[in-house]
Write a protein that binds this ligand. Sequence first.
Ligand code: ADP
Ligand code: ZN
Ligand code: ZN
Length: 661
Amino acid sequence: MRIARVALDVPLDQAFDFAVPEGLDPPRGSLVVVPFGRTRKVGVVLARPARTDVPADKLREVEKVFGDVAPLAEADLELHAFCAAYYQRPLGEVIHASLPPRLRQAKRRALKPAAMPEAAPAPAPPPVEATPAQAAAVAAVREGFGRFHPVLLAGVTGSGKTEVYLRLVAEALSRGRQALYLVPEIGLTPQLEERVHARFPGEAIVAAHSHLGEGERAAAWVAAQSGRARIVLGTRLAALMPLPGLGLIVVDEEHDPSYKQQEGLRYSARDVAVRRAQSLGIPVVLGSATPSLESWANAKQGRYALARLPGRAQSGARLPAVRMVDTRADRPLDGLSDALRRALAACLARGEQSLVFVNRRGFSPVLFCRSCAWHSACPRCSANLVLHLRAGELRCHHCGHRERVPARCPGCGSPDLAPVGQGTQRLEEALAAALPGARIARVDRDSTARKGALAEVLGRVRDEKVDVLVGTQMLAKGHDYPRLTLVGVVDCDGALFSTDFRAPERLFAQLTQVAGRAGRAGSPGEVLLQTDFPTHPLYAAVAAHDFEAFADAALEERRVARFPPFSHLALLRAESKRAGEALAFLRTAARLAAPLAGKVEVFDPVPASLERKAGFDRAQLLVRAASRAALQPFLRQWKAALDARAERRVRWSLDVDPQET
Ligand code: ADP
Ligand code: ZN
Ligand code: ZN
């Protein structure tokens, strides 16, 4: 009997055996089509065992072996097995998550070989001369080619980290290897794609991100797997791309929360990248102006090499001057303090560009009744509806619920309804009134919903057809506009009081990144930060551009409180339509954990910070251990105990190394 043991994307942690008919002979790693229930599924052959426990009359046959995709390599299957074990997910799900959507379809047309330039001999000379710090950073990574060599590149905003990455990519290519270059959001960095193409003319480069069409994604995957594409630029999903000749991994903005997938296989692309570099024995560069505290601790403890770029790369460019605007004294009108208005007007008069940044979270306009204090709450979430004035709608930013703006208060009938808080749309109007004649562009999720809209507006900024850019986090990172000299931060105080222990780290990173957009070329930059707490130490560290002081103090707090990186966490999340059920499930889960826990701490179940979302009641339970080695076996047993309960009314998931608690 010829058998194939096949991994399928099903929620069961097991592989399935099929008979292999005459004429087919799929080796390990092959993509096949098998019957499953009444459907057909794509599976990946894990083994060709000599026998099976499935009775002969129950054994079904492999129907097809895809000939247009080479079998997955051993190194890739090993990576999938690691992810499955570490993140407590079925192997079949992990393997499928690594495949582009088209290749997961049982019924599809054969792939056409993609038109792709043949790899040309490596890089035209570099367009700029490296600064001494850049040259030292390149050398620090280069000496580690051919072995596992993790390097943290801590370089201030505008210090020229990209140039360091590109030189290292060139080095990998010259050694005949592939390079994987990860960025948090490729949609935000069309500049980068252009730059890489310009730097490596004739080189086969593929981009991998979720904005591509299915055909393009499949073609990119196959080009990477075949080794023809030697440079892969991509978002977190590219961390799992098959790369047989991989010689270097770059993780830009390594601190960015979007490297962590928030559903299904909740992997951290940065952590997977480091693990991959380790098993392949290659260098991995983690770059940031504001490294994650995890990576910073690794560097300080000598597990990662540390390379610093302490100043801006362009001659004459300095880090911007950051000033607090005390909003208790200079009260903002429509979101803008007097000091910010004056600075914006002066910037406009100089013919330079400015950016006004709104931290959308906790700072969106909510409709409020002055007579009875009614406010616009979402019927399905424990959150307020946000006023979208132009659309005449109230919208929930968590579940998408929308309704017309009421003419009168639904509570008391008063017509005296007014928005409180500041959103991007309202700010755009305030800016237009304050700066007559200024060309203003707004960037947020609404204004960029249409495909290509973001690239279009950023193109206008680059062509200097925009004077004032107003928007949310989308504007904070990566952009390089030489004429942008002023950044205004409208309000971010809310984040100082979050319950999430990572909130200060996030806020510091976000403010540093957005401030870093100012004054990147010769002209000096200025940042005005509106706050009620002008002497807060976090703001003082932002103003001093002192990541290391901030990080060392924050690490000390984490050490005392025993939070990561001084411990390892997992979060069990649960949600149910019926109030109380999620918490009740978690209490049971805590009881099941008790006999398994050993040195693992099991916290009390608590409601999630957004307690109700889209009609679901949500709760969470945190567990903590001193080491991964202690946490992993506990999670495995705990998950098995939870799986065995076959819970129906409660949806639950386990998040290993959660980013949001
Ligand atoms: P980062 O990613 O560190 O914030 P970038 O890589 O975007 O910084 O570089 C900032 C600016 O400095 C860019 O305009 C880039 O072209 C320029 N730059 C980088 N390296 C050099 C160099 N060696 N000489 C002159 N300009 C440079
Ligand atoms: Zn009212
Ligand atoms: Zn809602």
